[in-house]
Design a protein around this ligand. Structure first.
Ligand code: TRP
Length: 337
């Protein structure tokens, strides 16, 4: 046995199965998940419990949870290497949530930007789950003793809150949790909306021309690219102030694993028509193997079911350990009289 092997740090991240994922999710999250699975003890989760904080049709949620899981695998997350699972399949997350809930303050939860934004958007359904959402997220993270949390800027505040809760708990009950930190990946482009390139590409944008889904057909990708907003300068240079052109160049470099300068060189002296069709081709080429593998996986429900079961089982081994440690520390003991 190799005694020099050090235990790898754990990473955890999750994506909500609320809608079909975009190339923003691919380049910003999934591609990094894949890149990290060698160096870390990686946990990747379909965050279906979080998805019900806004009203979602149960049949649709069920279907999307499986589809998102399949997309994780199709994108290259290796279930023999990483622990990939669906959040609700590991009920320990909600068990830990209660313990953490008693160590999170309503004041800090009401300061969460996402809570304020979401409750402004859905004033008719400001449910308690929407408010305590970050505590469930803290449980997702702390239950696996995860050290690094790859997230976008919008989730950074929730990771900071998780740190505060972990530190507070450790101070009160003794060393229990690894204190996590947000992980901003080395690679990974920030993909912006094709229609309003100052805004991040969002899977919930009302205008479908604003985003490219990982599962979009080639024809549709070409069409959406043709409609992408650029500017009237006509010249292809890498200037972040010219958000539309810059975004297309970033997408191209993300697809080809090159730099922005490489992308500029590729389109030097060309027009926006060439740029748009070149970017469309690059996207189609990048997505093709993922789409093929996705279709294959979805046709094999038995395999997917088995992988979901194995993933949850593996996650549960760690999750149970943490929960029993925490429950013991808090005085929630088993049957002993
Ligand atoms: N809240 C995250 C989002 O909407 C998803 C998520 C749930 C998550 N649990 C997590 C991300 C734990 C990182 C770690 O994007």
């Amino acid at each position: 046995m190799d005694t020099t092997t050090k235990k790898k740090d754990a990473v955890l991240s999750g994506i909500q199965p609320t809608s079909v994922l975009t190339i923003g999710n691919y380049f910003g999250a999934l591609k990094n998940y894949v890149a990290m699975q060698d160096d870390f003890d990686a946990y990747y989760m379909v965050a279906n419990l979080h998805a019900q904080t806004v009203r979602m049709d149960p049949t649709e949620l069920r279907r999307r949870s499986v589809e998102t899981f399949a997309l994780f695998l199709a994108a290259g997350i290796d279930p023999n290497h990483s622990t990939v699972f669906v959040q609700s399949h590991v009920p320990e997350h909600t068990q830990l949530t209660w313990a953490l809930m008693c160590n999170a303050y309503t004041g800090e939860l009401s300061r969460m930007t996402q809570f304020k934004e979401k409750s402004a958007k859905s004033a008719e359904n400001i449910n308690a789950g929407l408010f305590t959402y970050p505590v469930l997220m803290a449980a997702d993270i702390l239950i696996y003793q995860a050290k690094y949390i790859p997230v976008g800027a919008d989730q950074k505040q929730h990771v900071e809150l998780t740190r505060d809760i972990a530190i507070r708990f450790n101070n009160l009950y003794g060393e229990t949790f690894v204190v996590p930190e947000p992980y901003i990946p080395k690679i990974g482009a920030r993909i912006m909306s094709l229609q309003e390139p100052e805004k991040k590409m969002s899977k919930s944008d009302a205008n479908p021309n604003a985003y490219i889904r990982i599962l979009d057909e080639p024809d549709l990708i070409v069409k959406k690219l043709k409609r992408a907003v650029t500017d009237s300068e006509g010249e292809i240079t890498a200037n972040p102030d010219r958000a539309g052109v810059y975004n297309l160049l970033s997408i191209y470099s993300a697809c080809t694993n090159g730099t922005i300068e490489d992308a500029v060189a590729r389109f030097a002296g060309k027009g926006y028509g060439d740029l748009k069709s070149g970017v469309a081709d690059a996207i189609v080429d990048t997505l093709k193997p993922i789409q093929t593998e996705y279709a294959r996986l979805l046709a094999d429900k038995a395999y997917l079911t088995e992988q979901m079961r194995l993933g949850a089982e593996r996650a549960q081994i760690t999750a149970r350990k943490t929960v029993s440690k925490v429950y013991h520390k808090m005085g929630f003991d088993s049957y002993q009289a």
